[in-house]
Write a new protein. Structure first.
Length: 561
């Protein structure tokens, strides 16, 4: 655009009645990081609002839209690490949809205009965080799940793209045989037809080819290991890493396509040991493996179906002695795991719909929305902790599958109380793991007689503890009456005063509830001492930093404080 066209563009933006999500006015710029965040937000909003560009304009009053001029020089300002601003901004934008900068000598003052292209295929992030706007306010995309899902539906499907350099000879023979077997599991009534199909026909019927051409999906699921170079710059890899309890790496393996066989290769690597649990009312222990093979496969296949292959990342499977962590690149499009389980319906959005359809045809995943719920139900029936989904890190999803019994009491509870709903079990699982639950959820569990304790320090109820043979543990976790602890302190200072804090801690800390952390126990002791001091029953002969507690009855006049 020439200078007159740029001035006309600025005036068109100024003439709009108010700021919208796809443009922003600023007087000056003082924060390069904020500038990058705005470019991310404006690119995403331009996509959502079907605008050809998003605009960030300096030198315009935000309220009146009057040209006030700006001294901001984008070619002189530095980004992080004293880098030139514009290259630093471009390096931080993923995907970079194109940023143009114009210095406009407007008749009413100097204006600096940034224009950014709309997001395509996926949200635009700035150094790992994607932004959008709600009205005139900028906010993280992760806090706006509806906008996130909408952005993913407005682009092309990478998994459906054809690879011109690939042919059927790039597909793995063993994987092709396995694919036919899995297709028949999904479609048992079509055995006669499938037997008569050649590979070309079969791959078309199984939705792996597109108009006869090899797709990225075909290479990911069935491609030979050496054919992964045909997917570049996208990355298709699963990395299994074995670590000890101190996080030291012991072993590893990188698993590439064909991903149809990745589940078998992973299961051969996992140390799926046998653990024992003792159900209530029997002397015979129940032996069970750490991990259910179906749960491991489902978690892996979900990661492969939702992986963002264009981000150059990989699916990682980190195995610790007591758990497996599985991480894939890409936001969790349904928004929350709770929503998926409660709705129990097909997901509205898939990151790779062509890949997901093919995985359904090959009996690898279930698009009816039941896969994640079935994982929870399977763990519940095994009386094991439920899967934990971590969605807090933008741009990735991590699921943790626990391979040991965390709390024998809860394990027995699940064995005996088969009438509990999955929603109740999910909440009790959070209690078991020491995670905080909402006040409303606490009230519902308490009303059902499943928990007790003062919120947020919730524990299993006495009735449930008795039913599951854990009455003694329940008392240890609940703790004793406060007067008991006060009487112990009074007896100590009466007989052995003056005593320091160390002696009081040695007396009380081991008797406080097991559910309390060490800092919480020490804070509790402090509060008990202060309660007795305020009641005039004990006094301090030492200093505030190093108190020496005595009974007021035993303290000489004038020495108690």
């Amino acid at each position: 655009m020439n200078i007159q066209e740029l001035i006309a563009l600025v005036d068109r933006l100024r003439a709009l009645p108010t700021e919208t999500e796809w443009f922003e006015f600023k007087r000056n710029n003082a924060n390069p990081k904020e500038l990058g965040d705005y470019l991310s937000a404006l690119a995403n909003e331009a996509c959502l609002r079907s605008q050809p560009r998003g605009y960030l304009v300096f030198g315009i009053d935000d309220d009146t839209h009057a040209v006030v001029g700006t001294c901001f020089d984008p070619y002189a300002v530095k980004g992080k690490g004293n880098q030139d601003l514009l290259p630093w901004l471009s390096a931080g934008l993923r995907l970079n949809t194109g940023v143009e900068v114009h210095i406009v000598d407007h008749p009413q003052g100097r204006v600096v205009l940034f224009e950014v292209g709309p997001a395509r295929d996926q949200p635009v992030s700035f150094y790992g965080t994607a932004w959008v706007r709600v009205g005139s306010s900028k906010t993280e995309l992760i806090k706006q799940p509806e906008k996130s899902r909408a952005l993913w539906t407005r682009g092309t499907d990478w998994s459906a793209e054809t690879c011109e350099r690939a042919s059927l000879s790039d597909l793995d023979t063993e994987a092709l045989v396995k694919a036919r077997e899995q297709f028949l599991v999904k479609h048992p009534g079509r055995a006669g037809e499938v037997k008569a199909w050649d590979n070309f026909t079969f791959l078309n019927k199984a939705r792996l080819l597109k108009q006869g051409a090899v797709t990225n999906t075909a290479l990911v699921l069935l491609g030979r290991s050496e054919a992964t170079t045909l997917l570049a710059p996208a990355v298709a890899k699963v990395s299994w890493i074995l670590k000890d309890t101190d996080n030291h790496e012991l072993d590893y393996e990188h698993i590439g396509p064909p991903f149809l066989l990745a589940g078998d290769r992973l299961l051969k690597r996992l140390r799926n040991l046998t653990v024992r649990t003792l159900p209530s009312g029997t002397l015979f222990p129940q032996e069970i493996t750490q991990y259910d093979p179906w749960v491991i496969r489902e978690a892996l296949h979900n990661s492969l179906a939702h992986q963002d292959y264009r981000q150059h990342g990989r699916v990682t499977v980190v195995e610790f002695p007591d758990r497996v962590l599985m991480t894939n690149v890409g936001d969790f499009l349904p928004g929350s795991v709770k929503t998926v389980i409660e709705q129990d319906a097909p997901q509205a959005i898939y990151r790779n719909p062509f890949l997901a359809d093919a995985m359904v045809e090959l009996n690898l995943i279930d698009t009816q929305g039941g896969g994640i719920k079935r994982m929870f139900e399977t763990q519940r029936l095994r009386s094991f902790p439920l899967p934990d989904y971590d969605l807090d890190t933008p741009g990735q999803v991590t699921v943790s599958i626990t391979g040991r019994i965390l709390d024998e009491r809860y394990t027995r509870l699940l064995m005996e109380r088969t009438d509990l709903t999955l929603a109740q079990v999910m909440l009790l699982d959070r209690v078991q793991k020491g995670h905080r639950i909402d006040r409303d959820d606490h009230q519902r569990l308490k009303a059902a007689g499943l928990v007790e304790g003062r919120y947020p320090n919730v524990i299993v109820s006495g009735a449930m503890a008795k039913a599951t043979g854990e009455a003694a543990r329940h008392i240890r976790e609940r703790g004793l009456n406060k007067q008991y602890y006060l009487d112990l302190i009074l007896a100590l200072v009466d007989q052995h005063g003056p005593v320091g804090r160390k002696e009081v801690d040695e007396l009380l800390v081991s008797k406080l509830p097991d559910r309390m952390t060490d800092p919480q126990k020490r804070r509790k002791v402090h509060n008990l001492l202060q309660e007795l001091r305020r009641a005039g029953k004990i006094g301090n002969q030492g200093t505030r930093a190093e108190p020496r507690w005595v009974s007021v009855r035993a303290a000489p006049a004038g020495e108690a404080s």
